[in-house]
Design a protein around this ligand. Structure first.
Ligand SMILES: *[C@@H]1O[C@H](CO)[C@@H](O)[C@H](O)[C@H]1NC(C)=O
Ligand SMILES: *[C@@H]1O[C@H](CO)[C@@H](O)[C@H](O)[C@H]1NC(C)=O
Ligand SMILES: *[C@@H]1O[C@H](CO)[C@@H](O)[C@H](O)[C@H]1NC(C)=O
Ligand SMILES: *[C@@H]1O[C@H](CO)[C@@H](O)[C@H](O)[C@H]1NC(C)=O
Ligand SMILES: *[C@@H]1O[C@H](CO)[C@@H](O)[C@H](O)[C@H]1NC(C)=O
Length: 304
């Protein structure tokens, strides 16, 4: 996940106390939509852990927290706060702290880390809570702070800023959420009406919120294809235009405020309804598939 070591303490200090505008069902829906983009389903994969060889050490949990970038260490420190200090993760503290500080992507000394992560992520409520807290502090709350500054009212615009923040980072650089908001605001050069029921004031002009959101999507789509910052020039972002298409579809369906559900696109472009109940996590998910396979076998046997 987008995360720079320099931001370690800064972001949580600045934003931990700010109040999110999305906070009930519509927050859950926003998080679930991003889960679809990141993992292909709406589940929160608290138990996920592997080395995906992207130069960031082990990647794990609901927001791809990494041992080599420091955010995994933040989760584990938060978990220690909840457990009182000594728990199954403590054995890795010294190495995690060292790798977080130096941005070291090595997995040396972390043998068994993923096993412990997956076990706690499957069944330990405090470990899940620690992941929620760090996800919120690093990505959700900073994105909602931008939303507050802009005066956003709709669920869909809030959800879009969260999704952009988690992929692009919440910074002010040209590829970051702050930079993209600046780029969007620069395109507001006249009053523009729309049907969202919420009007923003940008550069002294009155612009409908969804009209603004469409401009934001266009700026973000451009950044995905042509990032300015060197680390993002690998081309990987260009393959994630489905994130834009999904939100654009929801706009076309006038899915602006998510009281109990939202209709968006899956990564393959098929429409899907997202509700406040996420699908269950990976292990159960594959078990369901096995059940379906079993039923298929029974059906075939009946045919013979
Ligand atoms: C963009 O850059 C950030 C910071 O270096 C990184 O975390 C992120 O994964 C990059 N994205 C891609 C697609 O390379
Ligand atoms: C780890 O980081 C070093 C530079 O610090 C880099 O050369 C190496 O390729 C990275 N390892 C992996 C597995 O990406
Ligand atoms: C990263 O950690 C490994 C194993 O602990 C160590 O051998 C290596 O020197 C470290 N790399 C850097 C750049 O500090
Ligand atoms: C975006 O605006 C902020 C605040 O005005 C500024 O600090 C930042 O440098 C701007 N970023 C870009 C990329 O223009
Ligand atoms: C969506 O919610 C916002 C904030 O409550 C409200 O201003 C707006 O009128 C709503 N839009 C629609 C189309 O219901």
């Amino acid at each position: 996940m987008f995360y720079a070591i320099l931001k370690l303490s800064l972001v949580s200090v600045l934003f931990a106390s700010s109040r999110a505008v999305l906070q009930g069902c519509d927050k859950t829906i926003a998080l679930e939509i991003t889960n679809i983009f990141e993992n292909g389903d709406t589940a929160f994969h608290y138990d996920y852990c592997e080395d995906i060889n992207d130069g960031r050490g082990y990647t794990s949990g609901i927001a791809g927290f990494c041992t080599g970038t420091g955010d995994a260490w933040l989760v584990i420190q938060e978990y220690h706060k909840l457990t009182g200090g000594a728990d199954k993760m403590s054995q890795f503290d010294n190495i995690l702290a060292e790798y977080a500080l130096s941005g070291n992507n090595s997995t040396t000394g972390l043998s068994g880390y993923c096993k412990v992560w997956t076990k706690l992520g499957t069944s330990d409520a405090k470990f899940k809570q620690a992941q929620d807290t760090i996800r919120d502090n690093l990505y959700f709350l900073p994105s909602m702070e931008y939303a507050k500054q802009l005066g956003l009212g709709t669920s869909i615009a809030h959800g879009q800023l969260y999704d952009a923040g988690i992929q692009h980072g919440v910074g002010n650089g040209p590829d970051g959420l702050g930079g993209m908001i600046n780029g969007t605001n620069a395109r507001v050069i006249a009053d523009e009406a729309g049907d969202s029921g919420s009007t923003l004031v940008v550069n002294g002009f009155k612009v409908d919120e969804v009209v603004w959101l469409k401009k934001f999507l266009s700026v973000r789509a451009n950044v995905l294809n042509n990032p300015q910052e060197l680390p993002n020039k690998s081309g990987a972002w260009a393959k994630t235009q489905y994130r834009i298409a999904s939100y654009q579809y929801a706009i076309d369906q006038r899915e602006y405020n998510w009281t109990s559900s939202a209709i968006v696109l899956n990564n393959d472009g098929t429409p899907t309804t997202v509700t406040c109940s996420p699908s269950s996590s990976a292990s159960t998910y594959s078990r369901q598939n096995i059940v379906h396979l079993g039923l298929l076998v029974i059906a075939l046997l009946n045919l013979i």
